[in-house]
Design a protein around this ligand. Structure first.
Ligand SMILES: Nc1ncnc2c1ncn2[C@@H]1O[C@H](COP(=O)(O)OP(=O)(O)OP(=O)(O)O)[C@@H](O)[C@H]1O
Ligand SMILES: O=c1[nH]c(=O)c2[nH+]cn([C@@H]3O[C@H](COP(=O)(O)O)[C@@H](O)[C@H]3O)c2[nH]1
Ligand SMILES: NC(=O)CC[C@H](N)C(=O)O
Ligand SMILES: [Mg+2]
Length: 510
């Protein structure tokens, strides 16, 4: 973002790199994660207020260990090294790093041994979270040790004159009680940041940027009614007005009442909307398909075809607006990660449609998008709408998708939603929904034997969907949901609750 305070996080493949970015953003300082091998020229050009070196799985003394040029520490820009980042700083500047006797993982007490700007407002000792095997055994010249633990003598080090700081523990994780304060101190006491990054400042600069990118051309937004695509569409609409057309596709895999409510909500926003009822062709594509990946592939392809047709009808359209978020960008940047499931994404669209992507939210996290939605005046139901996958109910029906199963699942899902809302839990939960399994079991209802389907209920808490914990819903609420589903949805005689977290499970069942 031009004219914005900026902190750059150099990523060495740490597990918690994304969390560092989150903590910095929470202090209202804009930051971006960049690969550790980004050139010094590029870094300088962006004029960051500070640099943070992340953790990482490698050991600095290995030959192939990821590194940075020594000059990174000579640019006069403050640097905070975390774990691997600190070890690298020590190693490059003439200190010593060695494998420890055993790996240290988890909570320990940190003793502050020297005053430091990082320790302002932090008690000693304070609990911190460690995750390492290597140790800094000698600090480089000009550095002093500022904190230790029972097993680690160099738990933090600094050279205040060069403004170089290192911590062996992870201030970015929630288990480090004073972690946020330490990051805040680095930003405000060391880097002299002001904390001016807010969503209202974002709106103005984003609109300007969209205008200059789009010029006099036209854009199409694929709009699902979800918070991401709606916020993106409204932002672009503010920038280019009626040269934007939104397309909402009813693929027949939506939840109960969703087609109507999305249309009404978007109309109220005053954004031009094309509604396409394509349910018949999607269902035809899905007929008899059991394999989850194949379902996803078919839905994804059919989406492309529908968007192509709509774009052709509109005439000359150059841009495709997507609600891509920062976690999507980071995720797709890690080329080494395994594909767990093919998230339907419109990323496959542009080449075939020759549309250029317009992704105004590509540097934001979900909670920032929600805040942005509020700033833009979107109604609560859109801002707090739970994420819903592009392939919709197709990936919540195990086995082949049929109209009968869809209507059964819609009813069960509506009961889950209603009861969660009644209990006032909707904002606390990341997602809550029903799954129709392909398992039938024996039951007894009104003295009669039944042989009917099992519905699973899933409710999870999460910050970003990348990891999730199953929600400890009150038993009374679970009971209410179960008895209503069995009573009100014919064809279901059993309800189970999913108590697996992600990992090892995923949020969706397919
Ligand atoms: N029914 C639909 N009609 C038109 N576009 C859709 C539809 N479903 C999904 N999309 C497109 O696919 C993109 C990805 O869907 P995804 O569900 O990840 O995002 P979202 O719906 O915007 O937000 P959320 O994650 O909160 O549901 C959307 O941003 C939208 O552009
Ligand atoms: O747009 C989407 N297209 C998809 O194909 C898709 N699959 C899963 N999801 C959503 O992503 C988050 C993580 O899902 P999983 O834990 O199931 O992988 C959860 O929030 C899921 O609802 C999708 N979103
Ligand atoms: N979390 C980390 O950054 C670990 C750094 C290094 N690989 C170690 O084991 O000490
Ligand atoms: Mg969605």
């Amino acid at each position: 973002m031009p004219g914005q305070e900026l902190v750059l996080i150099l990523d060495f493949g740490g597990q918690y790199t994304q969390l560092i970015a989150r903590r910095v953003r929470e202090c209202h300082v804009y930051c971006e994660i960049i690969p550790y091998h980004t050139s010094l020229g590029e870094i300088k050009e962006r004029r960051p207020q500070g640099l943070i070196l992340s953790g990482g799985p490698a050991s600095v003394y290995e030959e192939t260990a990821p590194s940075v040029p020594l000059e990174l520490f000579e640019m006069g820009i403050p640097v905070l090294g975390i774990c691997y980042g600190m070890q690298l700083m020590a190693h490059l500047l003439g200190g010593e790093v060695k494998p420890g006797i055993y790996r240290e993982y988890g909570r320990t007490e940190l003793y502050l041994t020297s005053p430091s700007p990082l320790w302002e407002g932090v008690d000693s000792p304070t609990p911190v979270w460690m995750s390492h095997g290597d140790l800094v055994t000698r600090v480089p010249q000009g550095f002093e040790v500022t904190a230790s633990t029972k097993d680690v003598s160099v738990a933090a080090m600094e050279d205040p004159y060069r403004r170089l700081y290192g911590v062996q523990f992870h201030p970015e994780v929630a288990h480090t009680a004073a972690g946020k304060q330490i990051i805040r101190n680095f930003l405000f006491k060391v880097c002299n940041c002001q904390g001016t990054w807010t969503m209202s400042s974002f709106i103005a600069s984003a609109i300007e940027e969209i205008r200059s990118q789009v010029g006099e051309e036209r854009a199409l937004a694929a709009l699902s009614g979800g918070v991401d695509s709606t916020v993106a569409a409204v932002l672009v609409h503010r920038a280019i007005g009626n040269r934007l057309t939104c397309v909402f596709v009813n693929h027949g895999l939506l939840r109960k009442g969703e087609a109507e409510s999305v249309r009404a909500a978007v109309q109220a926003l005053g954004v031009p909307l094309v509604y396409v009822d394509a349910s018949a062709r999607f269902l035809a594509q899905l007929e008899g398909v059991v394999d989850p990946e194949e379902k996803r592939r078919r839905v994804g392809h059919e989406f492309i075809r529908v968007f192509e047709e709509e774009a052709r009808k509109l005439g000359k359209v150059r841009f495709l607006v997507q609600g891509t978020l920062y976690p999507d960008v980071i995720e797709s940047g890690t080329a080494l990660s395994h594909r767990i499931k093919s998230h339907h994404n419109v990323g496959g669209l542009p080449e075939e449609m020759e549309l250029e992507l317009l992704e105004p939210l590509r540097y934001l996290f979900k909670d920032e998008v929600r805040e942005l939605g509020k700033e833009l005046g979107l109604p609560e139901e859109i801002v707090w709408r739970q994420p819903f996958p592009g392939p919709g109910l197709a990936v919540r029906i195990l086995g082949a998708v049929t109209p009968e199963k869809l209507s059964l699942l819609r009813e069960a899902d509506a009961i889950v939603t209603e009861e969660i809302k009644k209990a006032g839990l909707e904002k606390e939960l990341w997602q809550y929904f029903a799954i129709l399994t392909d398992t039938r079991t024996v039951g007894v209802m009104g003295d009669r034997r039944t042989y009917a389907y099992t519905v699973a209920v899933r409710a999870v808490e999460s910050q970003d969907g990348m990891t999730a914990d199953w929600a400890r819903l009150p038993y009374d609420l679970l009971e209410k949901i179960a008895s209503r589903i069995v009573r009100e949805v014919p064809g279901v005689n059993r309800v189970v609750y999913d108590i697996t977290s992600k990992p090892p499970a995923t949020i969706e069942w397919e």
